[in-house]
Design a protein around this ligand. Structure first.
Ligand code: HEC
Ligand code: HEC
Ligand code: HEC
Ligand code: HEC
Ligand code: HEC
Ligand code: HEC
Length: 504
């Protein structure tokens, strides 16, 4: 875990590939002591010409399965749209972009991403979730403080102030110190005002977030999940309760070498499975995990277990047939919280809202009911209000939506969804100046917001502010150079079936 992130040049994997669908050549290389990615498309391609470079500052991923890099642009931090895949020893598009026909819009680096992959992560600035005061983190990889807390007190008192010892915590707090980074679920709902980046060792993860999975995936035919979800289902865990935890089998300070592996894990099993029968049980094969915790050696995907932590007597022969779920698959599943994390109307409502964003109409209805109920009961926080506002807006309750968004912006003046969606309400009801003010604030803080940016250009243009519209369009294109709508608007003045000439 110690090599999970760091300075890009310390772990550069030079290479190149041609992405056929988008007609782009990507190349990763070292030049004058700095790491770079270049992208280029010939002018003969139907999408139009494209070329540029990004300087890479940090890497994420030890490279066990893969690696990606971070770059900075106008103060914001972004992730490359391409990944290195270790098993295939190649560069390729990141999993979400297999079918893209253009260079994807820049992916802002979420502070939670850094929380799990780096140490001493800096708080993000309020103006944009991917903007940090200085550099985004001070130490690459998972350092001691991720599990033991801030060492400064400890050192300042010459060792008298204790560091956190996870093994001396209550079972819930102990488990939290690993699963803060090893649990994802289908939907994560943060408690009001909380984020993963505030979590400190010794805290209870359930005070920060609730993780939901679809109920039918809890049984057979489940999706590949995180190790914790799987372990909860195992007979070992169910029969042993709090006695069994991640550190029963894993030493966080030591990764067994390939030669030691079999004996190492076998000894972990035999701590509990002490019956005489185990001595002769499959004596021909010392590797207990090979039969009871088989691994799916074929996965490329970074955030799923490779080793089956369900620990079954007769595990499915192979996991390779388990399809990775696509977003539009089976809709009307119930969502259930992982573990015993408490969840009320707000948490369920926000979890279904995340499903609704993937196009699940039933989830949208459910979410609106639950969030309305939570709101009437007095719950009010930006996350709740922004989702509620969106559901109200899409079901025609414009006044409700307006009030919800106003509450969001009161608490967080830069919330991108509230700014963008309230601007749509304002613009459709003729309040164009208000809409422009909201969108100006949004684009100034985050020029990668292409869709609301296009709305701003369109309104500016309609108001007769042609040169302002042109400036904004150029700014949007610098941030997102291969967006087809930006290209079309710049060259034809057409947007969404409407025309507004940029040149007077
Ligand atoms: C909740 C914590 C969490 C978040 C958030 C998270 N990751 Fe991860 N990531 C992990 C863990 C844990 C692993 C190792 C998974 C395993 O082996 O089962 C991992 C694995 C990876 C790998 C593969 C590493 C390797 O060496 O094979 C990459 C690359 C990666 N993550 C990138 C990212 C990026 C980029 C983000 C942000 C957009 C991100 N992750 C967000 C926890 C997280
Ligand atoms: C991924 C989490 C994690 C990281 C990172 C980590 N530790 Fe630990 N550490 C633990 C846990 C859990 C224990 C409790 C021991 C156990 O249960 O086996 C522990 C125990 C200890 C102990 C007490 C050992 C004992 O046997 O009583 C010391 C000392 C220690 N860690 C030092 C460090 C130092 C120094 C670093 C950084 C180089 C570090 N740890 C990084 C999780 C971690
Ligand atoms: C701050 C986030 C974080 C915490 C806390 C954390 N892990 Fe990890 N862990 C990761 C990431 C990220 C990876 C993947 C690293 C990579 O390959 O890039 C990982 C990898 C692992 C691996 C795969 C082998 C390896 O060393 O790469 C094991 C096993 C593991 N963690 C167990 C634990 C246990 C047990 C705990 C609690 C004592 C724990 N982790 C706490 C983030 C974390
Ligand atoms: C903390 C104690 C503990 C550890 C460590 C542990 N188990 Fe278990 N396991 C149990 C208990 C208790 C049961 C339920 C009673 C039984 O079947 O013996 C169980 C059940 C099982 C079962 C039966 C599963 C079923 O579906 O009926 C298998 C197989 C198994 N364990 C394998 C393993 C293997 C392999 C390891 C090591 C990788 C391991 N266990 C580690 C405690 C543990
Ligand atoms: C009963 C023993 C056991 C327990 C308990 C256990 N693991 Fe594992 N874990 C394994 C084995 C065995 C492997 C495969 C290691 C190998 O092949 O080198 C593994 C592999 C991993 C890996 C590497 C990626 C993968 O999926 O192969 C991660 C990360 C991990 N475990 C995290 C955890 C976390 C987090 C917990 C607690 C929620 C946990 N494990 C509990 C036995 C266990
Ligand atoms: C070659 C494959 C293989 C290996 C290696 C293996 N097992 Fe098993 N184990 C099985 C199978 C198959 C069953 C189911 C037996 C049955 O249904 O009659 C089983 C059953 C079990 C059970 C349930 C026992 C019961 O009576 O229901 C436990 C516990 C268990 N194994 C633990 C272990 C442990 C611990 C190790 C390592 C010391 C291990 N196994 C090694 C294949 C294996």
């Amino acid at each position: 875990m110690a090599r999970g992130s760091g300075i890009a040049t310390d772990a550069l994997l030079p290479g190149s590939f041609h992405h056929a669908l988008s007609n782009i050549d990507y190349r990763v290389f070292l030049r004058d002591g700095a790491a770079w990615m270049s992208y280029s498309r010939p002018s003969s391609a139907p999408q139009g010409t494209l070329s540029g470079e990004r300087q890479l500052h940090y890497y994420i991923g030890s490279g066990h399965r893969g690696r990606t890099y971070l770059f900075q642009q106008q103060g914001q931090w972004f992730e490359l749209p391409i990944n290195y895949y270790t098993r295939r020893s190649t560069w390729d598009m990141a999993p979400a972009f297999d079918n893209t026909t253009t260079m994807p819009a820049p992916l802002p680096v979420d502070p939670n991403c850094l929380h799990c992959h780096a140490t001493d992560v800096q708080p993000n600035l309020p103006t944009a979730r991917s903007r940090f005061a200085n550099i985004p983190f001070h130490q690459g990889g998972i350092g001691c403080s991720a599990c033991h807390g801030d060492p400064e007190q400890h050192l300042a008192t010459k060792g008298r102030a204790p560091i956190v010892d996870p093994s001396k915590l209550s079972p819930e707090r102990r488990d939290s110190s690993c699963i803060q980074c090893h649990l994802e679920g289908n939907a994560i709902v943060y408690r009001p005002g909380k984020s993963l980046s505030q979590f400190k060792p010794g805290d209870k993860l359930s005070d920060f977030a609730v993780y939901f999975v679809r109920s039918h995936e809890d049984g057979d035919g489940r999706r590949a999940t995180s190790q914790y979800e799987a372990l909860l289902r195992s007979a070992c865990k169910q029969a042993s309760g709090d006695k069994l935890t991640c550190t029963t089998c894993h030493d966080p300070h030591y990764d067994p070498t390939p030669a030691e592996r079999v004996r190492y894990f076998r000894a972990r099993c035999l701590q509990c499975h002490t019956s005489l029968a185990m001595v002769t049980h499959h004596a021909e094969q010392p590797d207990c995990a090979k039969c009871h915790m088989p691994s799916r050696s074929t996965t490329d995907i970074s955030h799923e277990q490779v080793t089956d932590h369900d620990i079954e007597s007769r595990p499915l022969a192979s996991y390779s047939h388990l399809a990775i779920r696509s977003l539009d698959a089976a809709a009307d599943d119930e969502l259930v919280p992982v573990g015993n994390f408490p969840a009320g109307d707000r948490e369920y409502g926000l979890a279904y809202a995340q499903e609704a964003l993937k196009g699940d109409h039933h989830a949208a209805e459910l979410s609106l009911q639950l969030l309305t109920k939570a709101s009437l009961a007095g719950a009010s926080d930006p996350e709740l209000n922004v989702r509620l506002g969106y559901l109200q807006q899409t079901t025609g309750n414009v006044e409700g939506a307006r009030a919800s968004y106003a509450a969001v912006l009161n608490a967080d003046p830069f919330d991108p969804s509230a700014l963008a969606n309230l601007a749509v309400i304002d613009a459709s009801s003729g309040h164009l100046t208000e809409a422009v003010n909201l969108l100006d604030r949004l684009i100034e803080s985050d020029p990668t917001q292409t869709a609301p940016g296009l709305n701003l250009v369109y309104i500016d243009c309609k108001l007769g502010h042609q040169s302002q519209a042109h400036l904004v369009l150029k700014q949007l294109q610098r941030a997102n150079p291969d967006d087809p709508q930006l290209r079309e608007y710049l060259s034809t003045g057409n947007y969404n079936g409407q025309h507004c000439a940029l040149a007077p």
